[in-house]
Ligand binder design. Structure first.
Ligand SMILES: Nc1nc2c(ncn2[C@@H]2O[C@H](COP(=O)(O)OP(=O)(O)OP(=O)(O)O)[C@@H](O)[C@H]2O)c(=O)[nH]1
Ligand SMILES: [Mg+2]
Length: 416
């Protein structure tokens, strides 16, 4: 980024690199010395053409000069553009720079990224912002349609997993029975429902290994683990009469750690007596014992009678949507300032932790990078506050959310 104002008249292309991003840079003409209206019109046309070709548009303003009418006219053009737009303010160092940086908010393009080309500052934020802008493009819209939604049906032995799959597909395809351990290997069944394609993977019940050497906790998972890893959504089936026991908690935790969307299916609901009280109780237990799966929906089913299956599939679809969601950087940052204003991070040893920029770097599951000062000192409780806030604000209920906090100046220095 060369900062000679108004030198370029035509679009110039160059290759650039920022972190692991290869960039094709298109530098547009500035309007600074557009004296006659035909020149201005031509430069505007060039700029519009560049925007059209770009994946991401970066508007760079000069923080020391403050916001000029030209910046405003570019901003107006960009607010209408159907592309992710980023705003950077160069020469952001010093008092004059800070003032210009604050002024730049008024352009309505989200948080300006403060750059100091001279001091080499802000490149980390710029990197995160560009990387984040890319994921906002619905590139996997097509992939979504080409591939069925993969659902792993998991749980302890005898929970009613195979019965559920049979009920969903409306065929006695899988062997079921009162003995635990009927299903031995994971079986995938392709199924269409409500105009969508699904792949249901019925798995063998996950039990504790009887006498493993050290870790009694370790699950005898076989290919269930494989099914979880390849699933978009995991449906954890639990006999409602004995749900959320230790084994279930381990399985749920495994799904969250693997980054899968999770839905709880409380099975054999026809066997439950006081259904209302039971449901309230189970909701409470889920909330208390699985805070990491907060927001995962609880659906009651009686698969033998075909009850609750529509509700279950609705929950699966919603969970899938949360899991694949992408939130615009602009919306994230508007939200972030609000959130910080309402409840600022604590001071550590007299110094404030200052979150500066939030961006989503990937989906499936939604993964966010927060650029902050004193990143290492940000308390877990504050991260939880942000994650829970994100969940509410952008209704990302059933997906595990990942928040990575990185140091402001160089967020990717510690990555290879
Ligand atoms: N009352 C009632 N019984 C059910 C329901 N769903 C499953 N069962 C019974 O629960 C038992 C176990 O069902 P399966 O579907 O074989 O359970 P599974 O989870 O596949 O078990 P494994 O393959 O051994 O891990 C069977 O006897 C089923 O008839 C239900 O909705 N209501
Ligand atoms: Mg089975």
């Amino acid at each position: 980024m060369d900062d000679l104002p108004g030198v370029t008249r035509d679009r110039r292309e160059a290759k650039g690199r920022l972190g692991d991003l290869d960039l094709a840079l298109i530098d547009t003409a500035g309007f600074e010395d557009a004296t006659d209206s035909s020149l201005e019109a031509r430069m505007r046309a060039q700029t519009e053409a560049a925007i059209k070709e770009a994946d991401v548009v970066l508007l760079v303003v000069d923080a020391r000069d403050g916001i000029t009418p030209l910046d405003e006219s570019f901003a107006a053009l960009l607010r209408r553009a159907d592309k992710p737009v980023l705003l950077a303010a160069n020469k952001a160092e010093g008092r004059a720079g800070k003032d210009g940086l604050n002024e730049a908010y008024a352009l309505g393009l989200g948080e300006p990224i403060g750059l100091s080309a001279e001091h080499g500052e802000g490149m980390g934020e710029l990197y995160a912002a560009i990387a984040g802008a890319f994921v906002q493009q619905p590139e996997d819209e097509a992939a979504k349609r080409e591939r069925p939604i993969n659902i792993a049906i998991i749980g302890r032995p005898n929970a009613g997993k195979s019965t559920l799959v049979n009920a969903l597909i409306g065929q006695d395809r899988l062997l079921v029975g009162p003995e635990a351990g009927i299903t031995r290997d994971a079986i995938a069944v392709d199924w269409q429902f409500g105009g969508k394609r699904y792949r249901l993977v019925d798995t063998a019940g996950m039990r504790k290994k009887a006498k493993v050497q050290q870790k009694l906790e370790r699950l005898s998972v076989g290919d269930s683990l494989h099914a979880i890893r390849f699933a978009d959504v995991c449906v954890l089936v639990m006999d409602a009469r004995e749900a959320f026991e230790k084994q279930d908690l381990s399985i749920a935790d495994l799904c969250v750690r693997e980054g899968r969307a999770l839905v709880f299916a409380l099975s054999k609901w026809d066997q439950v007596e006081d259904t209302r009280a039971a449901f309230e109780e189970l909701k409470l237990v889920a909330r208390e014992s699985l805070p990491q799966a907060r927001g995962a929906p609880l659906v009651t089913i009686a698969a033998l009678a075909g009850v609750g299956l529509d509700r279950l599939m609705k929950a699966v679809d919603d969970a899938y949507e949360d899991w694949t969601a992408r939130v615009k950087t602009k919306d994230l940052n508007n939200w972030l300032y609000d959130q910080i204003a309402r409840h600022p991070p604590p001071a550590v040893r007299g110094k404030r932790i200052k979150p500066r920029y939030l961006t989503q770097i990937k989906a499936r599951p939604p993964t966010f990078v927060l650029i902050s000062s004193r990143a290492d000192e940000m308390p877990e409780s504050y991260k939880r506050y942000l994650v829970n806030g994100l969940r509410e604000a952008f209704s990302l209920h059933a997906a595990p959310i990942r928040l990575i906090v990185k140091q402001g100046k160089n967020p990717f220095a510690d990555e290879g």
